[in-house]
Design a protein around this ligand. Structure first.
Ligand SMILES: Nc1nc2c(ncn2[C@@H]2O[C@H](COP(=O)(O)OP(=O)(O)O)[C@@H](O)[C@H]2O)c(=O)[nH]1
Ligand SMILES: [Mg+2]
Length: 215
């Protein structure tokens, strides 16, 4: 078998597993949201605040990291079910790992499954985990050129969160540039400004999530 055939069979296996994850989530009446960004953009902090605020929508988190269970510990403090998935050297979660994570949740009790992907702007973008929606974060300290430089992350997103907007007054950052770059790669996804420190954008984010619930 040639190398190309081997690669394509791995991709086909991943796609099949992602479809199984999706079918399983749908059968349980749960919606899955894949959260993607660079390390430090604010994914775990966003989910901590979201789990605390979403008392009307039972949610769980599968959280990916190369090492440690630090994010899982932060998230579990909210009382929500959390599964840490350590990928070792893997720069993105795989559909198999998500399936194993789902095995450890009582899906009948859960309406929303967040998947905090590995912090990376390249690898996770091309991997379907079986999620219903993708949310990409870009934080102000990362700089206003990141959508232009890492378009694949933002192309496939259903919602883009411009996070840490509380830092806009103190950092040079051109929001209009970000909007213009986004318009070239994704005209479907809204760009929502948010800050955990001030609470800006939180009601809109929660409304977006609630409107996605399946049952
Ligand atoms: N200024 C500011 N800092 C934030 C905000 N959200 C998160 N952070 C900080 O950003 C850092 C990384 O956050 P974390 O949630 O761990 O990012 P992750 O690696 O994407 O999960 C932490 O020091 C957070 O306190 C925000 O809205 N504004
Ligand atoms: Mg994190």
């Amino acid at each position: 078998m040639s190398r190309i055939e081997v690669v394509s069979s791995v991709l086909a296996a991943n796609e099949a597993k992602a479809e199984q994850n999706k079918a399983r989530l749908h059968a349980a009446g749960a919606v899955a949201v894949n959260v993607l960004s660079a390390p430090g953009s604010g994914k775990t902090t966003l989910l901590q605040h979201t789990l605390t605020a979403l008392t009307d929508l039972p949610a769980a988190v599968l959280v990916g990291d190369l090492q440690t269970s630090r994010d899982a510990e932060r998230l579990a403090a909210t009382g929500a079910p959390v599964v840490q998935i350590n990928t070792g050297q893997g720069c993105h979660l795989t559909p198999d790992q998500v399936a194993e994570g789902l095995d450890r949740l009582d899906l009948e009790q859960i309406k929303l499954v967040f998947i905090e992907n590995i912090g990376n702007m390249v690898c996770p973008a091309g991997v379907d985990l079986g999620e219903d929606y993708r949310v990409a974060l870009l934080s102000v300290p990362e700089g206003d050129d990141k959508i232009a430089k890492y378009p694949t992350l933002f192309q496939a997103a259903d919602l883009i969160l411009l996070s840490k907007v509380d830092l806009l007054p103190v950092l040079p950052f051109n929001v209009a540039q970000v909007e213009a770059d986004l318009a070239l790669v994704n005209t479907r996804a809204p760009l929502l400004r948010r800050s955990t420190l001030t609470g800006e954008g939180m009601p809109e984010w929660l409304a977006w999530l609630r409107s996605r619930r399946r049952s």
